[in-house]
Design a protein around this ligand. Structure first.
Ligand SMILES: CC(C)(COP(=O)(O)OP(=O)(O)OC[C@H]1O[C@@H](n2cnc3c(N)ncnc32)[C@H](O)[C@@H]1OP(=O)(O)O)[C@@H](O)C(=O)NCCC(=O)NCCS
Length: 192
């Protein structure tokens, strides 16, 4: 994937081996706040763990079952965003994200999501994009709401994190709903 420009300062770059040291440092510096919401954080203990993750992420991207990118702001890695569980038959996928503490509260993730969602609908030909959030994660829940997603329901005990099950609220956006605001006309053919 060629980098996706969001604006003059923010860019999404597919993860690659050269990003591993910066990615591990950023995870390590943000570990305490990330582990509250993201189940993989405790497993990312060393640079070797991050290297394995990036390698698996690249393979998943090649197989078109996921897409993992770093968010780069003014040329510095500031977080990650991706489309997980891409289901080619049903043309759906789930967007996930995190940003470093320094850039929280500045709209970086909402802008990155908007660009990634365009990629999902226009380049991957998806019909449905989901975002799943812990009900207590109000910062995360604000993102799909800002982007015009509909709250569709709550999956009970859907995530095991920090020694307990938590619910996940599901937000969904369909291509036809996005097209109204984005100016697209019709759903691209599958496999485009
Ligand atoms: C969840 C998380 C990604 C949300 O980050 P965020 O910085 O709040 O989200 P955004 O980058 O979209 O910023 C939104 C804020 O910027 C403001 N903003 C400024 N310019 C903006 C713009 N152009 N567009 C949108 N919002 C803008 C918004 O008003 C909002 O402000 P607020 O914090 O006062 O409400 C972040 O808190 C995080 O990484 N948490 C830990 C990991 C996590 O929970 N991941 C999600 C798991 S589901």
């Amino acid at each position: 994937m060629t980098p996706l420009a969001v604006d003059g300062r923010l860019e999404l770059r597919a993860l690659e081996p050269g990003h591993v040291p910066a990615m591990f440092s950023l995870i390590d510096a943000n570990r305490a706040r990330l582990r509250e919401w993201m189940p993989w954080v405790d497993a990312a203990k060393s640079i070797r763990d991050t290297r394995s993750f990036v390698s698996a992420a690249r393979q998943a991207t090649l197989e078109r079952v996921a897409m993992h990118a770093g968010m780069w702001y003014d040329g510095e890695l500031c977080g990650a965003i991706g489309i997980h569980h891409i289901d080619a038959i049903n043309r759906r996928g789930e967007v996930g994200y995190w940003v470093c503490a320094d850039l929280e509260g500045q709209g970086v993730v909402t802008r990155a999501c908007r660009r990634l969602i365009r990629y999902a609908f226009e380049d991957l030909s998806l019909n449905r994009v989901e975002i799943r959030c812990d009900p207590r994660n109000s910062r995360s829940r604000s993102i799909p709401l800002r982007l015009g997603f509909r709250e569709e329901g709550t999956l009970r005990d859907a995530q095991w994190i920090n020694g307990r099950f938590v619910d996940l609220v599901v937000y969904g956006l369909l291509h036809r709903e996005w097209a109204v605001t984005a100016g697209a006309t019709s759903l691209p053919a599958a496999g485009k």
